[in-house]
Ligand binder design. Structure first.
Ligand code: AMP
Ligand code: GLY
Length: 422
């Protein structure tokens, strides 16, 4: 089979490595891929948002199955455009990808269908939002409606900070049109859990749970990033919590989307907070999480391609999906300075025996040498029977990989270990 994966980060590398385990796979094209992905797939210089070029390439190569991994092409309708030309693809249609594309959409959906989430108000007018803030409880959470490269959420401790966030979003348009409408919502507390789930629009199969580490520095200090490391499973997500989430959140979401005439197929990502009052949805994503995928897929025992195709064909109820009982860890190595300004072009040294355990996020091939090209450069992975062992192995591997000014967090999994009973 000829496969195509749209995207070019660590998540896509993890997906490609897993897809390759199926012996029926002859070739995988990555659009655009990156210098590290090039070890595992044929990289093609087509951007992940260039839908006409993606479709034309797929038709020309006779692609049997496509995986659209990032949010942007999904929200722009890549899966619809491929399907129109007869190419089946993993991921939601445009009308379902709105679940990530608009926070106003998903907040209203949850309210209408009784799915537990933070209470909220929607504003389309800066004056109204500012006057609401005069009496809103603090801290308060301000969210730009549309996609904002993961930066559109501000947690404001003071009224001044909250007002400044509203002005930046609605008057200064720092997130462009994404900030024309905003959501102001209740501040929740509790451990955060990411749960990715396969769904064909009717059946939903949750994957092993995971925990992201979003801040740049040890001890959850510093700026928010795209994610500095992950562990799976997330020990806060017990069997009881999982059962409650299935009942009150996961199945109701799938049913709600179907009832709205927007059946969701692909990977539905639930960003949850386990509050003292029970699990609440913080956000939905319409795709695999990055870097959650890097710890979830190595624990998948079933064939990824078979499961993905079942979500497209509507046969997930007849397709076994199993995960191993073990644990996985991913440590992200980033360029010094990230998530603020950083230099690029530094050679990366990866010992030969580690390539199977590395997914590359931001690097290019320069005359046969892998050099840094992004803030998050690569993820170092390990699986083991216990989380403690997985973390020890991931860190031992991380120490053997070098590039100038590299940095990584030293406490990935620390909070999870404190909660783990092993
Ligand atoms: P998001 O960009 O939606 O993933 O939000 C970024 C982060 O903001 C989340 O991972 C949470 O840590 C935090 N967050 C978002 N909404 C809330 C909320 N209502 N209460 C507390 N923290 C929140
Ligand atoms: N790790 C969070 C995300 O993929 O959005």
């Amino acid at each position: 089979m000829k496969l195509m994966v749209v995207g070019g980060g660590g998540r896509e590398h993890a997906i490609i490595k897993k897809l390759k385990e199926n012996p029926a796979v002859e070739v995988i094209y990555a659009l655009p891929g990156n210098g590290g992905i090039a070890r595992d797939a044929v990289c093609v210089d087509i951007g992940a948002k260039d839908i006409p070029a993606i479709v034309a390439f797929a038709v020309e190569k006779g692609i049997d199955y496509a995986v659209v991994a990032p949010d942007d092409p999904l929200v722009l309708g890549a899966v619809d455009a491929l399907a129109e030309r007869g190419i089946p693809a993993f991921g939601p249609r445009k009308n379902a990808a709105i679940l990530e594309g608009s926070k106003v959409f998903y907040k209203n959906l949850m309210k209408k269908h009784g799915i537990p989430t933070a209470s909220y108000e929607v504003f389309e007018d800066a004056e109204a939002a500012l006057s609401y803030l005069d009496t809103a409880p603090l801290p308060t959470v301000i969210k730009a409606d549309g996609l904002a490269l993961g930066k559109g959420v501000i947690i404001a401790e003071t009224r001044e900070a909250a007002r400044a966030a509203v002005r930046e979003m609605m008057e200064e348009h720092v997130f462009g049109k994404s900030g024309d409408r905003i959501v102001i919502e209740e501040f929740l507390t509790g451990p955060e859990v990411s749960v990715l789930a396969f769904t064909d629009g009717k059946t939903l199969v949750p994957m092993v749970s995971s925990m992201d580490h979003k801040r740049a520095g040890d001890g959850d200090t510093g700026l928010n990033t795209g994610g500095m490391g992950t562990v799976a499973p997330n020990p806060y997500y017990t069997r009881e919590v999982a059962a409650e989430c299935m009942e009150t959140i996961f199945l109701p979401t799938v049913r709600a989307m179907a009832a709205e005439g927007r059946p969701f197929t692909g990977c539905l990502y639930f960003g949850l907070m386990l509050t003292p009052k029970g699990p609440r949805v913080i956000e939905y994503n319409c795709r695999f999480g990055d870097p959650e995928t890097q710890v979830v897929l190595p624990l998948l025992e079933s064939d990824l391609l078979t499961v993905m195709m079942a979500t497209t064909n509507g046969t997930l109820d007849k397709t076994p999906v199993t995960f191993s009982e073990g644990a996985a860890a991913c440590v992200i190595m980033a360029s010094g300075g990230y998530p603020s300004a950083y230099a690029k072009g530094y050679p990366i040294e990866i010992p030969d025996d580690l390539h199977d355990h590395v997914v590359v996020a931001g690097a290019v091939d320069r005359d046969g040498t892998l050099v840094t090209s992004g803030g998050r450069v690569l993820g170092v992975l390990a699986t083991a029977p216990t989380l403690r062992e997985a973390l020890a192995t991931a860190y031992a591997r991380t120490e053997r990989i070098t590039f100038r000014d590299a940095f990584y967090r030293h406490d990935i999994g620390k909070r999870a270990l404190a909660a783990v009973k092993e």
